[in-house]
Design a protein around this ligand. Structure first.
Ligand SMILES: N=CN[C@@H](CCC(=O)O)C(=O)O
Ligand SMILES: [Zn+2]
Length: 411
């Protein structure tokens, strides 16, 4: 089926030549065409341009986008949307004064989510998770990374992977699964962490790799979780199965996880609420993209990633939701784009670049997603009428999305 979208007020992120990452000062530029059209056939962007040049194009469906903005759908490169239940009681505990660390130390946090997930059937876990995904898609997200990590046992982690696989098969959205092999230390391994590292490296990773569902491995490199030595052992085990790192680093403390990620050619290093000059230096000249998660900073009231420092050093930046039950229970990329402007001090152009092309890069899919380029997949957002694309981040917490097209299908 072919679709012609006409009279587009601003068609954003248009690139004649394919673009797979946008770095440093180039992030200030957002290429766009005013009074434009875009033509899609089946699942592919075939042509685009100024309205005066589209008179000869015929299509099965014509969408009149007068007064509206069209842009690539959001690429959310860091989520934990496969989880069971919620953690609203911990939310209230935090309001009443307990910290995230204090809640975790008394068996809450990730351990709490793991216990519930282990007791939840695979079908129920699928039902809860696909519902979250469908909500994300309706808010303009077309590509989503989904992590495991709430299993903590081989059995439960493989259950999570199978649920992610089923979601990938049944959803139109592009799903990138990541094995979050080391997320927390289960109670029974508290006094014997090295045994748990062995369990991860010798049992979990080989069995998970055998399912052939994921290309990425993740570790929560953080005080009280996995230190640099643990993280390195897990990344090396992953490497034996060609699992590329995409890791949680610098959320609360700087342990050297960024340099370690770069050393192991991580696709992305995520969180970075804490960041020093050495971290910035480590990223220079690498293929590793830093990913900021402002929804987590907002929800936990922790520092926001110093995004200006990253971009002004000539580095690329992606932004993502971190959607999870404990530190960021929202998958709304529109809010993340707005928070990136308001709190990380990105311009709207930088924030849109960070949430499209660079988000796609952080999932290893920017050759086919993230920009309006001939031959790329037709994943598009059509906004409600607005005067300028800057209204997307400006009018925070409103829903700017009118229609979403994923892989050439109108939802
Ligand atoms: N920090 C580690 N993992 C998640 C939160 C996990 C949780 O609290 O359930 C994150 O990215 O913030
Ligand atoms: Zn996370």
């Amino acid at each position: 089926m072919s679709i012609l979208i006409t009279n587009i007020k601003q068609l954003l992120q248009v690139h004649e030549h394919n673009v797979t990452i946008i770095k440093g000062s180039a992030m200030k530029e957002l290429s766009y065409i005013e009074n434009a059209y875009v033509y899609i056939d089946y699942d592919t962007i075939i042509e685009y341009g100024k309205m005066e040049d589209c008179s000869s194009i015929e299509a099965d469906t014509i969408i009149d986008a007068t007064g509206k903005i069209v842009l690539p759908s959001w690429c959310d490169s860091h989520t934990h949307i496969v989880y069971a239940g919620d953690r609203t009681s911990e939310f209230v505990d935090r309001i009443n004064g307990l910290s995230y660390a204090e809640i975790a130390n008394k068996g809450g946090g990730i351990l709490n989510s793991a216990k519930v997930l282990q007791e939840t059937s695979e079908d129920d876990l699928y039902d809860q998770s696909i519902k979250r995904l469908n909500e994300l898609i309706a808010m303009g997200t077309g590509a989503v990374e989904i992590k495991t990590g709430y299993g903590l046992t081989v059995e439960a982690e493989l259950k999570m992977l199978r649920v992610i696989k089923r979601i990938k098969q049944e959803s139109l959205a592009i799903i990138i699964p990541t094995l979050l092999a080391a997320h927390a230390i289960p109670e029974e391994f508290r006094s014997k962490k090295q045994d748990y590292i062995k369990y991860i490296t010798q049992e979990l990773i080989p069995k998970a790799a055998k399912l052939n569902i994921t290309k990425y491995v993740d570790v929560f490199c953080e005080e009280g979780y996995f230190d640099i030595k643990d993280t390195e052992a897990i990344l090396e085990a992953g490497n034996k199965y060609n699992l590329r790192p995409k890791i949680h680093v610098n959320q609360f403390n700087i342990l050297g996880g960024i340099a370690l990620g770069v050393k192991h050619n991580a696709l992305s290093v995520d969180h970075l609420e804490e960041l020093n000059d050495k971290d910035i230096e480590a990223l220079k000249g690498s293929d590793t993209i830093p990913v900021a998660l402002p929804g987590c900073s907002y929800f936990l009231s922790i520092p926001y990633t110093q995004a200006r420092k990253i971009i002004d050093a000539g580095l690329p930046l992606a932004i993502a939701t971190d959607y999870n039950p404990g530190s960021a229970p929202s998958g709304n990329m529109n809010f993340i784009v707005s928070a990136a402007c308001v709190k990380l001090k990105l311009t709207p152009e930088e924030a849109i670049n960070a949430a499209t092309v660079n988000g796609a890069y952080a999932m290893g899919i920017s050759n086919m997603y993230g920009s309006i380029t001939r031959g790329k997949k037709a994943n598009l957002i059509i906004t409600k009428p607005m005067n300028h694309y800057s209204e997307i981040p400006y009018a925070f917490a409103h829903n700017p999305i009118e229609q979403v097209i994923i892989n050439g299908q109108i939802l």
